[in-house]
Design a protein. Structure first.
Length: 275
């Protein structure tokens, strides 16, 4: 079975997230965002089942080796010196910072090769991968879970907005109530002036106009409240969907952690001859 490259991993992740290509919309999960989750999951997978590499270094005539140039190094399992013996002459190695020290009584000869058996972070590019099918599966599970949980955290703002919208609805309803109360008061003030001869205009008509204006304002506030209510309903509907999605994402993350544990490389500690 052909192993997946970086693009193929992204494609599989998107299928599981139901974020497949649509010419009318952009991806919910851009490449750079998925790559962040992929990089994080690769390190976690590598810590459980590392990429095993034999590095060749040249002795400087001491028991110490500068390992600062070894990329993506997690750990050194052992050293071999001198090289080429059968059986191999394995040596214990102690590490402090960027210096590895071979635990051997004699001092290596300058210019001779030393093999370092290293545990490194797996590599995944557009052209190659060091992951086997089992590790690919766990990696994809981890990326799906991490991307889904990150999306949930970003979209939670919808729920906060819905709560803010409820406050706005309440304010509109209170304003509408006040307008209606004022309209009733205006009508009550104008009622005693009906069918009376009033000096200086028609105050009863003025009060009726005031009341009509307040009722119009109240209706405007009602329409505004209805608009906010529809918006709130949509946002709360999104909130319910988010809750279901988070439940699924949490389940995916639990599966990932379980399978991550199962791929752990069993360590067998050995102590080698110092001669």
């Amino acid at each position: 079975m052909a192993r997946k490259t970086l693009s193929a991993i992204r494609s599989t992740v998107r299928q599981m997230l139901r974020d497949e290509f649509n010419s009318l919309t952009e991806y919910d999960f851009p490449d750079d965002e998925l790559d962040i989750h992929i990089s994080e999951a690769i390190v976690e997978v590598s810590q459980k089942r590392p990429y095993e590499v034999r590095e060749t270094v040249v002795s400087d005539g001491t028991k110490e080796i500068d390992i600062s140039t070894i990329e993506d190094l997690l750990e050194i399992e052992k050293a071999e010196y001198p090289v080429g013996n059968d059986p191999p002459s394995y040596r214990d190695v102690s590490i402090f910072g960027n210096i590895a020290r071979i635990n051997i009584d004699s001092t290596p000869t300058a210019g001779q090769n030393i093999y370092l058996y290293c545990y490194k972070v797996h590599q995944l590019t557009e052209t190659s991968t060091t992951l086997n099918a089992e590790l690919e599966k766990v990696l994809i599970e981890g990326v799906v879970a991490k991307a889904a949980l990150a999306w949930v955290n970003q979209i939670r703002v919808q729920i906060v907005t819905a709560n803010e919208t409820i406050s706005t609805i309440n304010a509109s309803i209170e304003s509408m109530s006040a307008r209606i109360t004022q309209a009733i008061a205006d009508l009550e003030s104008g009622r005693p002036l009906i069918n009376k001869i009033n000096i200086g205009g028609s105050p009863e008509n003025d009060y009726a106009t005031y009341a009509a204006r307040e009722l119009s304002n109240a209706n405007a506030e009602l329409n505004k409240a209805n608009g906010y209510f529809r918006k709130m309903s949509a946002e709360l509907s999104v909130g319910n969907a988010i809750a279901r999605y988070q439940s699924w994402a949490n389940n995916q993350y639990a599966i990932y952690l379980k399978n991550l544990k199962e791929i752990t490389k069993k360590r067998i500690w050995e102590f080698y001859d110092r001669n």
